[in-house]
Design a protein around this ligand. Structure first.
Ligand code: ASP
Length: 444
């Protein structure tokens, strides 16, 4: 029988009621054997995540300030969950050990990791599952880079013969024995690694939304959920700022051909979003629009360069890009004409070296005209089906034209997986709404 690895985010385990939902989800499917919990997250919008409370205790401990009161709040969170669930356990010894360690060696990674560690203990007890400490199986080198092969081997050895296990997310240990965490939101990565190691048939990532949305819900009213998205499409959208999943959570499952299913703990009846590779059987998909998602990002500038006969000057582009590279700048897009070239850059990165770059460009290519335009937003229309659908680009630009939105930049790469357009920042929300209407609402 295949296994499912299930990861639950902080809001899915924020209080006793959420623990019950999680238990029901796990117990409703025999395949859900390996469970990766986050630390208790927010119960309401201005609540504080246990991870943040732990960072604070560590800071206080590091400056030699008494952190008893702050640590008490952490104890109260766990003790509240334990007593409300009516489980017979005490974390007192664990609490004391943490306080002792923080006083002796206030390491941020150690402090933060305890949120997942303690939550894993409570969840394992509540489910009647085995507890496997992530410090025994998730292994980093001394620089903090994950050692995937060693980790997979350690996980396999540890879970061999175990019917089930709760393995806390977010942390592991270095080869020197120190506790090390991933970056924030890193329990997603742990879940992905465990799925790879136990050769899971699916990695379920349970959170508080029913999957990836076609567009940002702050811009489009109640956007549809994407039912199936490929890893490549996801990368395009995530790059533009649409995020539900930690970026590093993709590789371990992708390399093993394991799909990820984003699910909602508060609406387990929803199918959520399947993240799959290109060879997935897409015929099972219920909703199939031409485009998969739309995402946009503000904060770009373009450097527009004009020079008569630019097309005849061999190495022109190379000289321009060398100036950027010498100044540590990477560019986003670079459409060009016969005598013009325009380069899109991140404004924040460009600003500190702006004058220097412009001076160096003048020297390197002696342009007739050079100017910078700020306040540009980049919008990506992403979809694997565009390649086989005629007229997609025409529809995108028709929707821009109807809204009288000026398109400043167009870029479609050879993959035909996305169309990039640049507009003024203030036009971005309307551009996204128009494209959503054109492709999603009108295709219903
Ligand atoms: N608890 C950690 C955080 O708040 C890790 C996680 O939730 O994935 O970032």
């Amino acid at each position: 029988m295949g296994y499912k690895v299930v990861k639950f985010g902080g809001s899915s385990l924020a209080d006793a009621n959420q623990f019950r939902k999680v238990s029901n989800i796990i117990k409703s499917d025999d395949k859900r054997r390996f469970v990766v919990p986050s630390a208790p997250g927010k119960r309401f919008s201005d609540d504080i995540k246990v991870t943040d409370m732990l960072y604070k205790c560590c800071e206080l401990a590091g400056s030699g300030v008494d952190f008893t009161d702050d640590f008490q709040m952490i104890k109260d969170r766990y003790n509240g969950i334990i007593s409300e669930l009516g489980i017979d356990m005490s974390l007192e010894d664990e609490f004391n050990a943490i306080v002792k360690e923080l006083k002796a060696r206030p390491s941020r990674d150690f402090a933060a990791s305890r949120g997942e560690y303690l939550n894993g203990k409570v969840l394992a007890k509540f489910l009647g599952f085995n507890f496997v400490d992530a410090a025994d199986v998730i292994i980093f080198d001394t620089k903090g880079t994950l050692l995937l092969d060693e980790t997979v081997k350690a996980v396999r050895e540890k879970v061999k013969g175990l019917e089930n296990a709760v393995i806390p997310g977010f942390y592991g240990r270095t080869t020197e024995g120190y506790i090390k965490t991933f970056s924030r939101g890193g329990s997603d990565v742990t879940g992905s690694i465990i799925a790879n190691a136990v050769r899971a048939e699916i990695y379920e990532n349970w959170t508080d939304v029913s999957g990836f949305l076609v567009a940002d819900p702050r811009i489009v009213d109640k956007p549809d959920v994407i039912s199936v998205i490929t890893y490549r499409e996801l990368r395009e959208l995530a790059y533009m700022g649409a995020s539900v999943l930690h970026e590093d959570a993709i590789f371990p499952v992708r390399s093993a051909g394991i799909p990820i299913n984003i699910r909602n703990t508060n609406a387990p009846q929803d199918d959520g979003t399947m993240i799959v590779s290109n060879d997935y059987d897409f015929s099972q998909e219920s909703m199939a629009h031409t485009i998969t998602g739309i995402a946009g990002k503000k904060g770009f500038s373009t450097i527009n360069i004009e020079k008569a006969m630019m097309n005849n000057e061999t190495g022109f582009g190379m000289k321009v890009l060398k100036v950027l590279a010498d100044n540590g700048l990477s560019f986003e897009h670079m459409p060009s004409g016969i005598d013009t070239m325009s380069i899109t850059l991140n404004t924040e990165k460009f600003t500190p070296v702006r004058d220097k770059v412009l001076a160096e460009l003048r020297k390197a290519v002696n342009p007739d005209h050079i100017e910078v335009e700020d306040g540009i937003a980049i919008l990506a229309v992403v979809g694997r089906r565009m390649k086989n659908t005629r007229g997609t680009v025409a529809r995108i630009f028709a929707s821009m034209a109807h809204a009288r939105i000026n398109v400043k930049l167009i870029d479609q790469g050879s993959s035909e997986l996305n169309v990039i357009i640049g507009v003024s920042e203030h036009d971005l929300p309307e551009a996204i709404r128009r494209i959503y209407d054109m492709f999603i609402n009108s295709e219903k």
